[in-house]
Design a protein around this ligand. Structure first.
Ligand SMILES: C[S@@+](CC[C@H](N)C(=O)[O-])C[C@H]1O[C@@H](n2cnc3c(N)ncnc32)[C@H](O)[C@@H]1O
Ligand SMILES: Nc1nc2[nH]cc(C(=O)O)c2c(=O)[nH]1
Ligand code: SF4
Ligand SMILES: [Mg+2]
Length: 216
């Protein structure tokens, strides 16, 4: 049972944004606890359980302590907590530029329109393709982003066909990211160039800088 005006938080930390079109920007990350999915590659499984229940005021105080302009709410699956929505609203009201990392398994329409929604479309290789909430595709605005994390050439072709048949790149920026230490990023780069795909390929900057661990 959710306590009013509180969320379950796995970690709050300050780092360079490592993903999305905001890559490289100094950002405070608020990682909420819990996720109903189990992607085979998940780098944040430590956030499935545990964490600390924090009032919105405490979250805002911890975020403010870093003196940053950008806040990224992630998880776990942040939208799996009902109180994620009012928290996003409060962060926007406070004046932060807010982005949300979401699995695309939950409806994104109730999210505050000031938030940049990074919607991950789960590929067959994630093991969770059946969880995609497809109506989300029709809700995307130009300030949002669509993202595919790719585990194989087959995932790439699946994503490419969806991008082309649904004209996704005309709705918002589309990101393609190789799963960490999976497919060779140079192979993905070659495929994107060969197909003239109008997407942004990206690698996870924070892992190149600091490796795969919590708190970065
Ligand atoms: C940890 S998830 C949290 C937000 C939400 N649950 C989601 O899946 O979008 C944040 C992003 O990290 C990506 N990610 C997780 N593990 C990864 C890995 N091993 N390599 C590349 N990206 C990964 C996810 O696909 C997602 O885009
Ligand atoms: N530096 C850094 N950037 C990120 N962008 C999205 C992240 C996430 O885990 O959702 C993440 C993360 O964990 N670290
Ligand atoms: S939806 Fe996100 S947090 Fe949940 S298992 Fe998949 S990558 Fe991890
Ligand atoms: Mg991460």
């Amino acid at each position: 049972m959710a306590v009013a005006d509180s969320v379950r938080v796995s970690e709050i930390f300050f780092s360079l944004q490592g993903e999305s079109s905001r890559v490289g920007l100094p950002t405070v990350f608020v990682r909420l606890t819990g996720c109903p999915l189990r992607c085979g590659y998940c780098d944040s499984a430590y956030a499935f359980y545990g964490g600390e229940t924090m009032s919105f005021d405490l979250v805002l105080e911890r975020v403010a302590a870093y003196g940053a302009q950008y806040v990224c709410v992630t998880g776990g699956e942040p939208l799996a907590q009902r109180n994620c929505l009012p928290l996003l609203q409060k962060l926007c009201d406070t004046g932060y530029s807010v982005s949300l990392e979401t699995s695309g398994a939950m409806p994104i329409d109730p999210v505050d329109p000031r938030v940049s929604r990074i919607v991950d479309i789960k590929t067959p290789g994630s093991g969770e393709v059946d969880k995609n909430h497809w109506p989300n595709l029709d809700l995307l605005k130009s300030g949002d982003e669509l993202k595919f994390v790719l585990t194989s050439r087959a995932d790439y072709e699946w994503a490419r066909d969806l991008i082309q048949t649904r004209h996704l790149a005309q709705r918002c920026p589309v990101l393609l990211s190789p799963v960490w230490q999976g497919i060779d990023p140079a192979d993905l780069a070659a495929w994107v160039l060969e197909d003239r795909l109008p997407v942004r390929m990206q690698v996870q900057l924070h892992k190149i800088l600091w490796g795969e661990k919590p708190g970065v």
